[in-house]
Write a new protein. Structure first.
Length: 172
C-alpha cells in the first residue's frame, strides 16, 4: 500500500475524531477530491453508533463515485462488514454510482438471494446495469449460479428472480 499523504493523514484524523463536524468536513473534502483510498476509513464509520447524518453522507458519497477502482472496495465492504440497516442503501448506492460492477455480479447474485425483498430489488438493479459488460465466461458462471441458487430464493422474491434469470440469460 502506498504511503499516506499529509492530507490523507489529516482526513483520517478527522474521521477518527468522534467530532461529527470534523467527520462531515472530511467526508465533503474526500468527496471533492475523489480520493477512494479513504473508503475503508469511511466504511469503518458505518456502525449503528455513528450518527445517522454521517452514515447517510457516506452512502451519498458512494452513490456519486465515478472512479471505477472504487467498485472492488465497495463490494468488499458489502461482503465483509456488518452494515446493519445501511446495507440496503449501500447496495442501492452501487447502481446510483453508475460504476461497472460486472466483475462482481456473482457477489450481487448472493446479495439478491440472501437479502430481503428490498435488498434483492437493489441487487437486481446493479446486475441489470452491469450484465451488459460481463464477458461470456462470467455470464455462463452467473447463469449456473442462478440455477444453483433457485431453490434458496423465497417465494416473495421468486417472480423477481425469474426476471433476473431472463436478463442474465438474454445477454448471453
Amino acid at each position: 500500500m502506498e504511503k499516506l499523504t499529509p492530507q490523507e493523514k489529516i482526513w483520517i484524523s478527522q474521521l477518527e475524531s468522534n467530532n461529527p463536524a470534523n467527520i462531515l468536513t472530511a467526508i465533503r473534502e474526500i468527496e471533492q477530491h475523489g480520493n477512494i483510498r479513504m473508503l475503508p476509513y469511511l466504511f469503518d464509520l458505518m456502525q449503528p453508533s455513528t450518527h445517522e447524518v454521517i452514515r447517510k453522507s457516506i452512502i451519498l458519497l458512494v452513490g456519486e463515485l465515478k472512479v471505477q477502482a472504487a467498485a472492488s472496495l465497495i463490494v468488499n465492504a458489502l461482503e465483509h462488514r456488518d452494515l446493519g440497516d445501511d446495507y440496503t442503501p449501500m447496495v442501492a448506492a452501487c447502481w446510483h454510482s453508475n460504476l461497472d460492477f460486472s466483475m462482481h455480479i456473482p457477489a450481487f447474485i448472493k446479495i439478491f438471494v440472501e437479502g430481503d425483498y428490498q435488498t434483492a430489488v437493489e441487487a437486481f438493479s446493479v446486475i441489470e446495469e452491469s450484465i451488459i459488460n460481463a464477458g461470456e465466461d462470467l455470464q455462463k458462471q452467473c447463469i449456473k449460479t442462478l440455477d444453483d441458487e433457485a431453490g434458496r430464493v423465497s417465494e416473495e422474491k421468486y417472480p423477481l428472480f425469474r426476471e433476473l434469470v431472463k436478463i442474465v440469460s438474454a445477454e448471453y
